[in-house]
Design a protein around this ligand. Structure first.
Ligand code: BES
Ligand code: MN
Ligand code: ZN
Length: 497
């Protein structure tokens, strides 16, 4: 996509299509609306009277041949109630716009911002457009493979020159962040036959090279040398050997302790010997979403030149049943030395995270954040609407909440109480990997807590927000890439914890 920036009057914009925003209205007072109404022989008034367009969220209309305008059509997008309006209202409006035939078939389009001054609005608008238009055609053939979008130039227009540079900066930043989120989506929806741990690691190595990020991949032997017994116990049942991916982006001064991101990378989770029911099992190709978010966030941070040292860790393995698989009742030894009784081989994510969290100590981190599709129980906590977060540091949780507010990737904190710690004790080993389904999300975090070092830590459970079941304005059905905007924002505004 090519981006162009200018200051000009709406009527002078040379693009084929001009996109404008409208807050909910009951009379035509807004300057932009007055101008469009005037150029269309009162079309806006007619739409208002018929309640066909009143600026409600989700509304969008196309008006043709505005007289005295250089464009061929104007698209009006509703933002909803002025009092409830946020940057996300623009993200949503542009997401809706991205799939309108009138925009998809345009050769060029312009977003008219008038006197809008908010950088987060500029950024959200381009994010919404790119995220809403996201579609993977790689697995289609022939006619089905043809892209519907013709649009390859997006112009951003202000009424005056004063904020042009801020506009350009914010749009470029938004585009990089949306591209990062789309990379996470793309990795996440790649089927498990095309994304074994080996293929995944190869792909990440290539991406790292392209972005000049340091990447090291530990193979089976190296993982054994690290004594990652918990991680290895997950990989045993599969023919595909595990890989442990280490990304290092050094954007900060040499002495600065890194922020370590850890992502669950189970390329397929059948449940292992504790086999899952088959009904939705195909969705378990997404069980590496956390690692995809980590990979995409490190790349995005480097593209934005965020001035922090960042490490990304992605333990990747496939959880399958076989004659080699770990059995329920088996006891394994983690990298840290703690023993775990495997009650349920489907509680595998915490096992590979346990060893990855312990491995994080190598980098003497200033903080560690893990992100994982860890527990099905999140379905009954926040569902598809937001992600539970847990951890050991309120300052870190506060920062995550701030980043969440700014990006509209919603989180809510759950506690780690002794009740949940007790749940994870085993009668025969140090720990059990499953304390049952009661308080499953918090109990899983209580398990992970056993493997952290002396640093602030947060855990983000994205088990349901990683997948959009129906499609929303800027999140088409499928993998969401939830976490890339959140973590990138967190890193960009990072304060010492
Ligand atoms: N990957 C799943 C969690 C999951 C389930 C994500 C459904 C998305 C949708 C995880 O490995 C798992 O199976 N967790 C079990 C743990 C239980 C056996 C203690 C769960 O949540 O049921
Ligand atoms: Mn599982
Ligand atoms: Zn899993």
């Amino acid at each position: 996509m090519k981006y162009v920036f200018s200051a000009q009057a709406m009527a002078e914009i040379p693009s084929e299509t001009v996109i404008c925003f409208a807050e909910q209205f009951d009379k035509i007072a807004d300057k932009t609306l007055v101008e469009i109404d005037g150029a269309t022989a009162g079309a806006v008034a007619t739409l208002l009277k018929a309640k066909e367009f009143t600026g409600r969220a989700g509304e969008a209309v196309t008006l043709y041949r505005p007289s005295g305008f250089r464009c061929r059509r104007v698209v009006l997008l509703g933002l909803g109630d002025r009092k409830k309006k946020t940057a996300d209202s623009y993200r949503k409006a542009m997401g809706t716009a991205s799939r309108m035939t009138s925009i998809m078939s345009s050769g060029s389009a312009a977003v008219y911002f008038g006197t809008q001054r908010s950088e987060s609005v500029y950024q959200a608008a381009v994010e919404g457009y790119l995220l809403g238009a996201f579609r993977i055609l790689d697995y289609k053939t022939g006619e089905n493979k043809r892209a519907k979008h013709r649009l390859n130039e997006l112009q951003f227009v202000l009424a005056g020159k004063a904020n042009l540079r801020r506009l350009e900066k914010s749009v470029r930043r938004g585009a990089i962040i949306a591209e990062g989120q789309m990379l996470a989506r793309e990795l996440t929806l790649t089927p498990s036959n095309l994304l074994t741990p080996e293929l995944y690691a190869d792909k990440v190595e290539r991406l790292a090279k392209e972005n000049k990020i340091q990447c090291r991949v530990l193979d089976q032997k190296a993982i054994e040398r690290e004594k990652m017994g918990a991680f290895l116990s997950v990989a045993r049942g599969s023919e595909a050997p595990p890989r442990f991916i280490v990304l290092q982006y050094k954007g900060g001064p040499a002495g600065q302790k890194p922020i370590v991101l850890v992502g669950k990378g189970v390329t397929f989770d059948s449940g292992g010997i504790s086999l899952k029911p088959s009904l939705d099992m195909h969705e378990m190709k997404q069980d590496m979403a956390g690692s995809a978010v980590v990979v995409a966030t490190v790349i995005t941070a480097s593209r934005l030149r965020i001035n922090r040292n960042i490490v990304g860790l992605a333990p990747t393995a496939e959880n399958l049943p076989s004659g080699h698989a770990t059995r329920p009742g088996d006891i394994i030894k983690s990298r840290k030395g703690k023993t775990v009784e495997i009650i349920n081989t489907d509680a595998e994510g915490r096992l590979l995270l346990a060893d990855a969290l312990d491995y994080a100590n190598k980098f003497t981190p200033q903080a560690v954040i893990d992100i994982a599709t860890l527990t099905g129980a999140t379905k009954f906590i926040l569902g598809y609407a937001g992600a539970p977060i847990l951890g050991n540091n309120e300052k870190l949780a506060d920062q995550i909440r701030e980043a969440s507010k700014a990006t509209s990737e919603r989180v809510w904190e759950l506690p780690i109480w002794d009740d949940f710690r007790d749940q994870m004790k085993s009668s025969i080993a140090d720990l059990t990997n499953s304390g049952g389904k009661v308080a499953g999300t918090a109990a899983a975090a209580a398990f992970l807590e056993n493997f952290i070092g002396d640093w602030p830590w947060a855990h983000i459970d994205i088990a349901y927000v990683d997948l959009e079941p129906k499609g929303t304005p800027y999140v088409p059905k499928g993998a969401t890439g939830f976490g890339v905007r959140l973590l990138t924002e967190l890193l960009a505004r990072w304060r010492k914890v």
